[in-house]
Design a protein around this ligand. Structure first.
Ligand SMILES: Cc1cc2nc3c(=O)[nH]c(=O)nc-3n(C[C@H](O)[C@H](O)[C@H](O)COP(=O)(O)OP(=O)(O)OC[C@H]3O[C@@H](n4cnc5c(N)ncnc54)[C@H](O)[C@@H]3O)c2cc1C
Length: 115
């Protein structure tokens, strides 16, 4: 049975951890849960965007080849499932469940995090 790996947070550290996990285990089921709308946001570039050095906001969330790092990118490039605008609200370690709240759909759903 393949491992299930849950990563909470999808800004800088989360996707990095998920990508590293994928390199270590090509069969694991890897899930990123990200509260914000964007994944892999280059916060360090914000001042340049706000300061008008560039006006394409997608540059803050794009790969070096210009591909926007959205959930489809993570699935296609790394076989990682990414849920955006979804907040982990608690972790039930005993039952290996965790409820998460999707801000746009406004509903809670449950992911099994481990076999
Ligand atoms: C304007 C600015 C300029 C910067 N410049 C530099 C720089 O030049 N050099 C440098 O090294 N660093 C810089 N930084 C800092 C760098 O961006 C941070 O160190 C980095 O973003 C930290 O990444 P992180 O993933 O650890 O945390 P965060 O970026 O804080 O990401 C955490 C993510 O987890 C999500 N999250 C939190 N709780 C939950 C939950 N319960 N469920 C789901 N998701 C959740 C949050 O929404 C967030 O997206 C800058 C930051 C800013 C804001």
């Amino acid at each position: 049975m393949s491992k299930k790996i849950l990563v909470i947070g999808g800004s800088a550290a989360g996707p990095k951890a998920a990508a590293k996990a994928r390199r270590i285990d090509e069969n694991a089921e890897i899930i990123i849960v990200q509260k914000d709308k964007d994944l892999s946001m280059a916060s360090c570039g914000y001042p340049y965007y706000v300061g008008g050095f560039f006006d394409d906001r997608n540059m803050l969330i794009s790969s070096s080849t210009g591909v926007v790092r959205n959930p489809a990118y993570y699935m296609n490039a790394k076989k990682i499932t990414a849920y955006t605008e979804t907040e982990a609200v608690s972790i039930n370690r005993a039952e290996k469940l965790f409820p998460a709240k999707n801000s746009s759909a406004g509903k809670h759903w449950i992911c099994l995090t481990t076999p």
